[in-house]
Design a protein around this ligand. Structure first.
Ligand SMILES: NC(=O)c1ccc[n+]([C@@H]2O[C@H](COP(=O)([O-])OP(=O)(O)OC[C@H]3O[C@@H](n4cnc5c(N)ncnc54)[C@H](OP(=O)(O)O)[C@@H]3O)[C@@H](O)[C@H]2O)c1
Length: 320
């Protein structure tokens, strides 16, 4: 089958289009003919192995698995003998940051894995972007134990994670102040932000509002900068380690002090999360934001674009 493969870690050019064997089907597995995937920051992280910790999962010196693509959408074309949840022809989407495989024509996943039927009326390309950003957003919002009526700042509201976070927070009943670039202020309001700060013309630290939760979805702020904006028991979460990798240390120490604190949750994707996100999409409370679309053959270009750090929402890869 045709796939984008990488046999060493590095920049986008380590990825090339190749021909590899179709995955084998176990009795609890479904085989999906992948039609769309994404290039996202999780794929970039595992490809570059820029953070050494990712090598503990993907291989110390070189990738054990040549495939990336943690998000996928496609059609079930074969089912294992003991599969009960899916049948041939089902249109499905899902997430797999263990075996990956979205950047290939066929992908196998256990029926008990993070895979579900595409919401009614949603096309494959949108469905492919349903999971990565929203999974990180949902996990971090849940870790902060946000309550209805809480005041929340989303810093970096236009990435895959930030644009999902604004929609989810709106759904959960938070007051949302979003920080983004001038060109995206309208988009962010449409996603559900009550208030928007344009970081190109305003200093977000000068707001008079105080927050129960500040979620830095792009990892560009610091706890030091945000601490004065938090209420006395407020929580700060960033999707990055911080400029001096301080966020893990702060997450270990600040909860002991009883005041404003940092959390650094380690999100784990479960099937329930996929089903929950599917329900939200079905109700109209969540829809992934789509930026550009590339064919699988142009995946290196897609990686280059994603690594500018300036995509708005999600970048789609079409297969076949
Ligand atoms: N912890 C984890 O396991 C994990 C997993 C996945 C991703 N991540 C990290 O999470 C972060 C977000 O990922 P993502 O895919 O959501 O990001 P992304 O889509 O790459 O974020 C890009 C967006 O961030 C905005 N942005 C860039 N600089 C900004 C700034 N200084 N202030 C406000 N907005 C800014 C950009 O808008 P403009 O350029 O137009 O302003 C763009 O829309 C990344 O740093 C990624 O590495 C962590």
């Amino acid at each position: 089958m045709k796939a984008a493969v990488h046999t060493r870690y590095g920049n986008p050019e380590v990825v090339s289009i190749g021909d590899i064997p179709k995955p084998e089907l176990g009795e609890h597995d479904v085989l999906i003919h992948v039609r769309a995937s994404t290039v996202n920051r999780t794929d970039c992280g595992f490809r570059s192995a820029q953070y050494f910790i990712s090598r503990l999962f993907s291989g110390l010196f070189r990738p054990k698995n040549p495939l990336l693509g943690c998000e996928f959408a496609g059609e079930v074309v074969e089912v294992g003998a003991l599969v009960t949840l899916f049948k041939l022809g089902n249109l499905v989407f899902g997430y797999d940051d263990n075996k990956f495989g979205g950047h290939a024509q066929f992908k196998v996943i256990k029926e008990s894995g993070a895979v579900a039927l595409i919401p009614d009326g949603m096309d494959m390309e949108v469905a492919a972007a349903m999971t990565e950003g929203s999974h990180y957003a949902l996990s971090n919002i849940r870790a902060a134990k946000m309550k209805k009526g809480d005041s929340v700042m989303v810093y970096g509201a236009t990435g895959a994670i930030g644009s999902a976070a604004v929609q989810l927070l709106r759904h959960f009943g938070a007051y949302v102040l979003a920080v983004c670039n001038t060109k995206n202020t309208e988009l962010v309001r449409k996603l559900g932000a009550d208030e928007v700060i344009d970081y190109q013309t305003q200093d977000f630290t000068q707001t008079d509002r105080r927050f129960d939760f500040i979620f830095d979805a792009v990892g560009k702020s610091s706890f030091g900068q945000c601490k004065p904006l938090l209420k006395p028991k407020g929580i700060y979460i960033s999707t990055e380690l911080g400029k001096r990798s301080e966020n893990i240390g702060l997450a270990l120490t600040t909860p002991l002090l009883g005041g404003r604190r940092v959390l650094f949750p380690l999100p784990v994707m479960r099937r329930e999360n996929i089903l929950y996100l599917r329900d939200l999409a079905q109700q109209g409370s969540f829809r992934p934001v789509i930026d550009r679309k590339y064919a699988l053959d142009d995946i290196v270009e897609a990686y280059r674009y994603v690594e500018t750090g300036q995509k708005t929402g999600n970048v789609i890869i079409t297969i076949d």
